[in-house]
Design a protein around this ligand. Structure first.
Ligand code: BES
Ligand code: MN
Ligand code: ZN
Length: 497
């Protein structure tokens, strides 16, 4: 979908459909009022007749009213003006796109950017319109023999009363780049484990480096052996697919500026290994590489935006399979950091591949490291699909991520990393064990990672509940690409001040 923003008046707009907002009790938004005046008060008449109430999320599609060149008008209900907040605005957008997709409209002009939304600025509205529009046309049909019906809506104009300033234009471009990143993350996430293997992810990183100003490097198992990544390699032992350690570097500013390093769990299928998972919904463990997908999506977005900062993506990628050669409960391995790990459950494999990648991350002399992982089922129980779990060894970083997530509509919720939880990882035979018992499962997983991140500012995002949806709408969400890009954008803005 193509997006543009321009100063325009709805009653003059040539478009297949003009979208206007109407508040509760039939109160017209300013754009709808202008339109009403130009069309012999046809909207007011509809309101008087009771056809249009302005109830939040309601829609009414009308044919060409005399006096305006647009072919249709879509009136969307906004609810009460003082209740129009971020959530309501997003509901309005969803209803808008659902209604537009029911028509043969190839283009539409939305007059929603000027609506007052509580605690949100114009740039937020611009980016949310772009994200909702892109979301509404995504189809998971990569592997269907006949592609799903393509949405007809191709062009979207964001109409506004004042000439858009350069910040608004930047917001639009950044939102488009973020939407592309989300799409990439969804596509990779939805691919099955027989296609999306560690080698496939490595190829995708190399392909991104062809297309964007990114440098991709892929380490093979023998390279990881030399580096002493025996924790990571213990996970891939049972698999016929070789593990890969993928690095993507984006240098958007002075080489001396320390980079933000994003580390994404790239477990392309998690059967549990010898500690085999039960059968129900095991297919969903193809999504265990969504952390990696979000790193690829975010790096693509950052490169497309040309952000003036340095960002590095590191993806430890492996399968977790049972096999004669597979690692067994009780096995003890030595991590790259030198810490020995007793593997009591081979299904707690995410932390085993991440710990070596986190040790490796130190080579890039990071300013900040954020890892993203579908790490624990316990996080799904704690936070469901609404918020990702957030852990950090530095409170200002946690706060920045919380705020970026709130703004982007891709929220995180902080959980504690207190030392009181650490003893749950004590082992009788090794420096630590890879599980911490039933209690506080997401926290002890984060505690495990914290043993390997002592030398830098670090945050961990547990996206087990947010990276994909189950059930009828099964599919990857592309989260937390919006949060990560927003966090990075804010860092460049803070640096510019
Ligand atoms: N990839 C899973 C976590 C997961 C499970 C994400 C369900 C989303 C839905 C991870 O590798 C795992 O298996 N974790 C175990 C850890 C346990 C053995 C300590 C879990 O959460 O059950
Ligand atoms: Mn597992
Ligand atoms: Zn896993």
């Amino acid at each position: 979908m193509e997006f543009s923003i321009k100063q325009s008046s709805p009653e003059q707009q040539h478009s297949a459909c003009v979208v206007l907002g109407v508040y509760q009790d039939g109160i017209l938004s300013p754009a709808a009022q202008t339109f009403d005046h130009a069309t012999a008060r046809q909207l007011s008449k509809l309101i008087a007749s009771g056809d249009l109430t302005g109830k939040a999320g309601s829609v009414l599609m009308l044919p060409t009213p005399n006096g305006a060149p647009a072919e249709r008008v879509l009136l969307v209900g906004l609810g009460a003006p003082d209740e129009l907040g971020a959530k309501q605005f997003l509901d309005v957008l969803r209803a808008t796109f659902a209604a537009l997709h029911k028509t043969p409209c190839k283009n539409a002009a939305l007059y929603l950017t000027d609506l007052a939304v509580k605690e949100r600025d114009t740039n937020w509205k611009i980016s949310q319109i772009v994200m909702a529009g892109s979301d509404s046309i995504y189809r998971s049909d990569q592997l269907k023999s006949k592609p799903a019906d393509k949405p007809l809506l191709k062009k979207l104009t964001l109409g506004c009363a004042k000439k858009p300033d350069s910040a608004a234009k930047t917001a639009l471009l950044q939102a488009v780049a973020t939407a592309h990143g989300v799409k990439l993350a969804k596509e990779l996430g939805n691919l099955p484990g027989n296609i999306c293997t560690p080698s496939y992810l490595a190829e995708q990183a190399l392909a991104l480096a062809e297309k964007y100003p990114l440098k991709a490097t892929v380490l093979e198992e023998k390279d990881m052996e030399k580096l002493g990544m025996h924790s990571l390699l213990s996970v891939s032992r049972g698999s016929r697919q070789p593990a890969k350690l993928i690095t993507l570097e984006y240098r958007g500013t002075n080489k001396k500026q320390k980079p933000v390093v994003l580390v994404g769990k790239g477990l392309t299928f998690d059967s549990g290994g010898i500690s085999l998972k039960p059968g129900a919904s095991m297919d969903e463990m193809k999504y265990d590489m969504c952390g990696a997908a979000s790193v690829l999506g975010t790096l693509q977005a950052v490169a497309e935006m040309g952000l003036e900062m340095n960002v590095i993506g590191i993806i430890p990628s492996s399968e977790n399979m049972p096999d004669g050669a597979a690692c067994k409960p009780g096995d003890i391995v030595t991590s790259m950091a030198g810490l020995t790990i007793e593997i009591l459950n081979t299904d707690a494999e995410g932390r085993l591949i991440l710990c070596d990648a986190l040790t490796y991350a130190a080579r890039f002399e990071p300013d900040t490291v954020v890892d993203i992982a579908t790490l624990t089922g316990a996080c799904v129980i704690a936070l469901g699909g609404v918020a990702s779990g957030l852990f950090s060894n530095q409170q200002p970083l946690a706060s920045e991520l919380l705020e970026a997530g709130d703004y982007a509509g891709d929220r995180v919720w902080q959980l504690p990393l207190w030392d009181e939880y650490q003893p749950q990882l004590d082992s009788n035979f090794a420096d630590l064990q890879n599980i911490g018992g039933r209690e506080a499962g997401s926290i002890t997983a984060a505690c495990f990672l914290s043993r390997f991140t002592k030398d830098y500012r670090w945050a961990h995002l547990d996206i087990a509940g947010t990276a994909w949806k189950s059930g009828k709408d099964k599919g990857a969400t592309g989260r937390p690409v919006p949060l990560l890009t927003q966090y990075l954008i804010r860092r460049t803005q803070a640096a510019a001040q």
